[in-house]
Design a protein around this ligand. Structure first.
Ligand code: TYM
Length: 340
């Protein structure tokens, strides 16, 4: 594939967790820096996706702060790197509606994220149900091939492929299919051996680390005081097996710590596993990971403080010019196909 477009989005309902950062943001930054001399790199804020649920603080401020995170994480800007807001490119909502008329209730009912978010609720808004179709529009408008996201979003990528295939079958080759989740994971791993990243909840490592978790000790936020983050790692749930090894099924807590250690230090997971092979003192591993996370947070927070709001607003203005042009070209073709 010639210079495939790479695209991702992160909702900014609150600050980012270490899970968002290690699972989606950092891989995107690494890949963007590697490919941006040839590929288009689209980094957008899905603010329409944000309003399906409560927003902590002010969406506009969260948005500017979140884009600073990419720069602080080392993203290099050139003419191929684009920042934009979903709400500032109306073609996203427009294509979403057209795709809605091809997606089925059954397909959307099967989405795990919808099931999780609606579980036990008396009333669920239609936005939560329709969320994956808007996500498909976000991707298909730009012919994006690689979409670096955490493992929890892979099902939405499958749906995107299915909707694109259906449309192309009916109307001709209009959409580029994003790569399969397996290929996405390989691309994201970039030869490092990660297979779809899911950073776990520190207190309940069966679950993914999530901003919505009620227990403060279960998640690390990027703005956490480094000393507090250290304590959270020290109190992470482990197991009684007594061996440091990577076994997500039976030892998710220890495996999660090994994974965090690898990602924070930009090391192949396998190297970290080998370093700790044969060790039995969980406290030593926790100390090491706590140190790595605290050091990373400190450096990172200093860098965020050095980036101005103006710098981000200028990047958004430029990016939205590109995004509207690209998305409108595609939307026009789609509208013609369906007779609009
Ligand atoms: P969102 O905002 O829920 O999450 C943002 C990204 O962070 C990843 N992530 C994690 N990765 C590893 N471990 C975790 N514990 C963890 N928690 C979150 C998510 O997989 C995601 O990549 N639907 C998307 C936003 C979106 C989008 C798009 C992404 C809207 N349109 C188009 C790509 C392309 C979402 O809800 O992400």
């Amino acid at each position: 594939m010639n210079n495939p477009t790479i695209l991702t989005g992160l909702r900014v309902n609150s600050e980012f967790t270490l899970g968002n950062y290690l699972g989606a943001l950092l891989p995107m930054v690494r890949l963007a820096n590697k490919y941006s001399s040839k590929s288009q790199i689209n980094i957008f804020v899905p603010d329409l996706h944000s309003i399906i649920s409560e927003v902590d603080g002010n969406l506009k401020q969260n948005l500017v702060r979140s884009l600073k995170v990419y720069l602080a994480a080392g993203l290099k800007i050139n003419q191929n790197v684009h920042f934009y807001r979903q709400s500032h490119v109306p073609a996203h909502s427009e294509l979403c509606w057209i795709l809605d008329c091809t997606a089925t209730m059954g397909e959307l009912n099967r989405m795990t994220q919808f099931k999780d978010k609606s579980d036990g609720k008396d009333s669920v808004n239609v936005g939560i149900f329709n969320y994956p179709v808007l996500m498909a529009a976000d991707i298909l408008l730009y012919d994006a091939v690689y979409v670096p996201v955490g493992e929890d979003q892979f099902q939405h990528l499958e749906l995107t492929r299915r909707l694109a295939e259906r449309f192309n079958h009916n109307y001709g080759e209009i959409f580029t299919l994003p790569a399969t989740p397996k290929k996405q994971a390989e691309f994201m791993a970039d030869g490092r051996g990660d297979e779809g990243i899911r950073v776990r909840d520190l207190q309940n490592p069966q679950k993914k680390m999530s901003k919505s978790s009620r227990s403060e000790n279960s998640k690390i936020m990027l703005s956490d005081n480094p000393a507090a983050a250290r304590k959270k790692i020290m109190s992470a749930t482990t197991d009684s097996v007594g061996k440091i090894q990577f076994d997500m099924m039976n030892q998710p807590g220890i495996s999660n710590l090994l994974q965090i250690e690898a990602l924070v230090n930009n090391l192949p997971l396998q190297d970290v596993i080998s370093t700790w092979a044969g060790e039995t003192h969980y406290g030593d591993l926790k100390q090491k990971v706590a140190e790595s996370v605290a050091t990373m947070l400190e450096a990172f927070q200093t860098r965020v403080g050095e980036i101005s709001d103006d710098e981000i607003m200028q990047l958004l203005e430029k990016g939205e010019g590109y995004a509207n042009k690209t998305a409108n070209d595609k939307l026009r073709k789609v509208q013609e196909c369906v007779g609009l």
